[in-house]
Design a protein around this ligand. Sequence first.
Ligand SMILES: Cc1cc2nc3c(=O)[nH]c(=O)nc-3n(C[C@H](O)[C@H](O)[C@H](O)COP(=O)(O)OP(=O)(O)OC[C@H]3O[C@@H](n4cnc5c(N)ncnc54)[C@H](O)[C@@H]3O)c2cc1C
Length: 191
Amino acid sequence: MNLLDPRLEDELGDGYLERVRSAQYQTALCLLLEIDRPFGRFHWTNVADRSVPFIGLIEHTNFIEPVRYGGRRFLYVANYLEPGDALLDLGPDELIDSYLPGLRVVNPEFTKDWIRERWLHVEAAAQPVVTSGYVRRIPPLRTPSPGLILANTTQIYPEDRGTNYSVRLGTEAADALLESVREREAVGAAS
Ligand SMILES: Cc1cc2nc3c(=O)[nH]c(=O)nc-3n(C[C@H](O)[C@H](O)[C@H](O)COP(=O)(O)OP(=O)(O)OC[C@H]3O[C@@H](n4cnc5c(N)ncnc54)[C@H](O)[C@@H]3O)c2cc1C
């Protein structure tokens, strides 16, 4: 989707837009299961076994107790994938089927009968991919268009994107906006 009207696109210029458009992302495939009993003992399990087709299990109700959710239990099966990965074409039930052997690696007793409800969410621009020379391609917060500030996860560097860094970026964006307003006021006062 193109959010820029032609005038603004001209104002930003090719150099800035090239930086913005050079961002590459992994897609997040978020499968949330409501289950009728605990899946495991842990809140957060990172999975680095390539034979398992997902990268993490976050059993939320091992952190915040089920009583807070009317006795319901939730397991988030996390995955980050290259665009075009075959798993992205699956619906929630097909995805559960393809995850089943992996879920059983972690808990051999798990069966689909444990699942009460399921939700599948997909976010294409979920995880910026940092490649060689990345730092030189990060678009500055202040764009070439006066008063227009850009702030997104591609500008969080060298840390990985996260809510705490987004708060920092928000503060930096507000500072950048104030700076540009002050500069325009100073130019206005001088002329
Ligand atoms: C799958 C996934 C897992 C993550 N896990 C973690 C984690 O475990 N820990 C962690 O720290 N971070 C995590 N992150 C990163 C974290 O969620 C983000 O860094 C953070 O939410 C960014 O905050 P934000 O306020 O900048 O943007 P967002 O949280 O994306 O908020 C932007 C808001 O603006 C709204 N919006 C967009 N366009 C418009 C518009 N035109 N008009 C009005 N509203 C609009 C959107 O609906 C949204 O509510 C995760 C991200 C993903 C995708």
